[in-house]
Design a protein around this ligand. Sequence first.
Ligand code: NDP
Length: 399
Amino acid sequence: MGKALIIGCGGVASVAIHKCCQNSEVFEEIMIASRTKSKCDELKKKLDGGKTKIHTAKVDAVNVMDLISLINEFQPDVVLNLALPYQDLTIMEACLATKTDYVDTANYEPLDTAKFEYKWQWAYRERFEKAGITALLGSGFDPGVTGVFSAYALKHHFDEISNIDILDANGGDHGYPFATNFNPEINIREVTAKGSYWENGKWVETEPMEIKREYDFEGIGKKDMYLLHHEELESLALNIKGIKRIRFFMTFGQSYLTHLKCLENVGMTSIEPIEFDGKMIVPLQFLKAVLPDPASLGPRTKGKTNIGCIFTGKKDGTEKHYYLYNICDHQEAYAEVGSQAISYTTGVPAMIGAMLLLTGDWKKPGVHNIEEFDPDPFMDALNKWGLPWQESFSPVLVD
Ligand code: NDP
């Protein structure tokens, strides 16, 4: 059916690429590109021989002109951005210049400010619309599937939704005292930032990890979870009309939190450059270099993830609660595609988002968050491509 250019060849990209190759009717040809071409070549070697034709290239995605040349040479129907949030805008610029559809899994974040917001990418709405191309923002799990779940709940189960609690639990154990399960720099920037949630039309800010709750997760058991700011809160607050409160909770183990606090206290999580041995270095980037590569956690991680949304709202005048969630097993994910469940739960929806642009189901010129599209084909694809969802009509609520 079409061609996809995939930028990035890390944990998430590797899963998405495996899935594109499983879905060769849609992904006839792909090109994998990142700064380290050898990594792209290694993955190509592993996957070659199937029906999807694989190419590789070297590209630095901060360089718009290089991206434009690559797109012009390969002529993809869609660009799937699975590099880092810092490159979102340059890749969107290249898509505009070449009139190519765009998909990503994380919103733009400036390198020098640990602040992620949609405003920079939403500023492209009119230009994408005029160019007749679609940008699908946030097609991972959270953001991503959580937005699709919200649109699905509203479409099929509610007249109005007043509250959403997004619960992201990882019951996986990799045996290390401290490691992050996706890019350490992005992960630590996210969890050391202040928390916030949306209530009655405004943001309520909290100290990092200030709000803690315990929840009993199916497939995992009881876990402590903490309120974080998370990017989908911003778009869901706008797109789910009538919403009164949205919160996001993520589970963390005690060992992770103790190490993080210590690293923070000694200044290792700072993004302010410092001079070391006559050279400027960013402490957090140095820390990333000494931590285990998330890709290496795959064979060691046992347990499950459980990520989903609890909705409260009204149907036919009656209050109603509804919980939609997915349980993913780290070892099953590893056996299938050689990656743990965090990369799996992000890479599968990234492939699905790109697929729905290639098939034309989600073609809608402009820049859109995932909950703005019809959720039904995405929900069907989750069941088909390895992330089956479950539902409950009497969930335990979070106070
Ligand atoms: P990794 O660090 O494993 O991979 C990042 C990849 O991007 C590497 O292959 C890297 O290769 C490439 N890259 C980095 N900089 C550039 C550049 N300038 N030009 C071209 N390629 C570049 O990260 P993950 O796979 O863990 O995460 C990928 C994305 O997924 C991130 O944006 C992350 O925030 C997002 N994510 C989203 C989630 C969701 O649920 N929505 C959950 C988890 C992650 P090289 O250095 O060789 O260029």
